[in-house]
Design a protein around this ligand. Structure first.
Ligand SMILES: CC(C)(COP(=O)(O)OP(=O)(O)OC[C@H]1O[C@@H](n2cnc3c(N)ncnc32)[C@H](O)[C@@H]1OP(=O)(O)O)[C@@H](O)C(=O)NCCC(=O)NCCS
Length: 187
């Protein structure tokens, strides 16, 4: 399988540099802000809504982008499915902060986390394929993904006829692992 690399060089924020902003693991105190951020876009049917309880339970999956006053401007989550597969989800950047590279920095932070965990492939389902392609993901047919990943889609107001695009990134250090080898994730 062809390999794809993220811009993983440099410090915690990869190639992204803005001294006023920081990407860091989320804390429970960030949950209300993450909830509001996702709700804004979920109301427009761009994302799946997340409850506060769900966010607290999965807080360790989240990275946030914060400003100098530690206000949350963006978030993304990495959910592990199997030994070699994770999903990047809940990517959102506040409208006022969009266009500054925060979304891409969050994608790359999740990529670094996946690499640190030893996970070879990260997929995502999105309406905004361009930003992922610019971060080293490539489009794949949804049918290539294990059935297990569709559990959450049942909750989406657009299920089953959404037009989300599936994309995947594969760590260059694990080029031998392909999505076709992810059948174990259906167990
Ligand atoms: C999609 C989203 C996360 C992008 O965040 P952002 O911080 O504005 O993105 P960035 O500034 O990091 O953009 C990085 C690159 O992707 C491109 N990009 C970002 N959003 C794009 C879009 N909607 N369409 C096409 N390209 C886009 C940018 O032009 C930029 O390209 P460049 O590096 O060549 O200049 C943000 O618009 C958002 O939160 N949208 C609503 C929620 C959503 O749709 N989430 C994604 C799927 S779950």
């Amino acid at each position: 399988m062809k390999s794809f690399s993220l811009h993983l060089s440099g410090g915690d924020a990869g190639d992204w540099e803005d001294p006023r902003l920081e990407i860091r693991p989320a804390r429970v105190g960030d949950v209300p802000a993450i909830f509001e951020l996702i709700r804004t876009f979920a109301d427009r049917k761009l994302m799946i809504k997340r409850s506060l309880g769900e966010l607290y339970e999965s807080i360790r999956e989240f990275q946030v982008a914060v400003d100098a006053d530690d206000r949350v401007l963006g978030c993304a989550a990495l959910h592990v499915f199997w030994a070699d597969l994770a999903e990047l989800k809940c990517l959102a950047v506040a409208e006022a902060a969009q266009g500054r590279g925060i979304g891409r920095a969050l994608i790359e932070a999740c990529g670094r986390e996946a690499r640190g965990l030893g996970i070879s492939s990260v997929f995502t389902l999105t309406y905004v394929a361009e930003i992922f392609e610019k971060s080293g993901y490539r489009k794949i047919d949804k049918s290539e993904l294990p059935h297990k990943i569709w559990n959450e889609c049942v909750r989406c107001p657009l299920f089953p006829s959404c037009n989300e695009i599936a994309l995947i990134w594969t760590d260059a250090d694990h080029v031998e692992t392909g999505v076709h080898e992810l059948a174990g994730a259906t167990n």
